[in-house]
Design a protein around this ligand. Structure first.
Ligand code: FES
Ligand SMILES: [Fe+2]
Length: 330
């Protein structure tokens, strides 16, 4: 399987309106559009006639009309040329579906399944989308070490003064890396403490599961009493899916969930949690884009005790995701 054989969430549902939208992904340009009957379509964003971008065109009925000479394509990519009726132009199409407020695409014919985003019964809070000027491996690094939470983040994570107390455990299988971090939570506003059921002195636990088909991190955050004997009831879960744009840029789609019991507060909590998550993720983005040397090799960098996952994820990204015959465009 190659990267494009896996399902990737390349656009939020709400970002596709009447006009077609072009998305860069894995060195390809894909145009997404919705026909009048509501059916979604994903085609290569290039008219086979004279290579005009189809995303510059218009949707008419259930067809996408190229703006250059008016040739049009249905949702499976079958075309009509008004000037040359005996011609049957065809543009490459992708399998497309919607899930959790995002539009997902993959190659036709691949057997990949849609990733599981959260355990059943959780309440969906938001789906957020970011474009980060950093290579895939460096963006993944940021989401699988907790050390940066002390300084990059405002609310979730650990205090720099107490980072030496944070325990970190790693478990690996052939196709997954799991990390469990546990330690003192940094100070939070009272309202958030109340909503999360957090008591001062509690330990913050972050469980991360990194998978590679597609590359994604399942995150589970919860709190325990200081002696770890009691788990607080409320928890936050999320999945971050990584979409490489090219070898220097990456997009991420972040799906956030909360304990079902918190859904009674959803009118207050959803906008608040969305604002805070967006704020915190933009801090990650800013930090990643500020890295001086974006070489993804680990030679020449000095690694600390929280950096052990970096080599483990790189090896799996290369072996399970890029595959030997896949070369991202420069
Ligand atoms: S380039 Fe699209 S119709 Fe001519
Ligand atoms: Fe972060």
């Amino acid at each position: 399987m190659k990267a494009f054989d896996y399902w990737h969430p390349i656009l939020r549902t709400k970002d596709l309106k009447r006009k077609p939208v072009s998305v860069n992904f894995c060195g390809r340009e894909v145009v997404l559009f919705r026909g009048q009957d509501g059916t979604l379509a994903a085609l290569e964003d290039c008219c086979p006639h004279r290579r005009m971008r189809l995303s510059k065109g218009k949707v008419k009925g259930n067809r996408l009309v190229c703006p250059y000479h008016g040739w049009s394509y249905d949702q499976s990519g079958k075309g009509i040329s008004p000037s040359t009726s005996a011609l049957y132009p065809c543009v490459k199409s992708y399998e497309v579906t919607e899930r959790c407020c995002a539009i997902w695409v993959k190659e036709h014919g691949s057997t990949a399944e849609l990733p599981t985003l959260a355990k059943p019964g959780l309440h969906h809070v938001c789906t957020l989308h970011y474009h980060i000027r950093a290579p895939l491996e460096l963006v993944v690094d940021n989401f699988c070490e907790i050390e940066h939470s002390c300084t990059t983040h405002i609310l979730l994570g650990h205090d720099l003064e107490a980072i030496s107390l944070v325990e970190s455990r790693i478990e690996t299988t052939d196709d997954a890396v799991r990390i469990i971090n546990k330690g003192p939570q940094k100070k939070m506003p009272r309202l958030l403490e109340y909503l999360l059921g957090y008591k001062r002195g509690d330990l913050f636990v972050g469980e991360l599961e990194i998978l590679f088909s597609p590359v994604r991190v399942n995150i589970r955050n919860y709190w325990t009493s200081s002696n770890a004997s009691e788990c607080r009831k409320r928890e936050a879960q999320g999945t971050v899916v990584f979409n490489p744009v090219n070898d220097q840029e990456t997009e991420i789609m972040l799906f956030s969930f909360m304990s079902q019991e918190l859904s009674v507060f959803s009118r207050l909590l959803n906008p608040l949690a969305t604002f805070l998550l967006d704020f915190e993720t933009r801090l990650d983005q800013k930090m990643l884009e500020g890295i001086a040397d974006k070489d993804t090799k680990l030679t020449g960098v000095q690694l600390g005790r929280f950096d052990k996952p970096l080599g483990l994820t790189r090896e799996r990204i290369k072996r399970l995701y890029w595959q030997r015959d896949f070369t991202p465009l420069p």
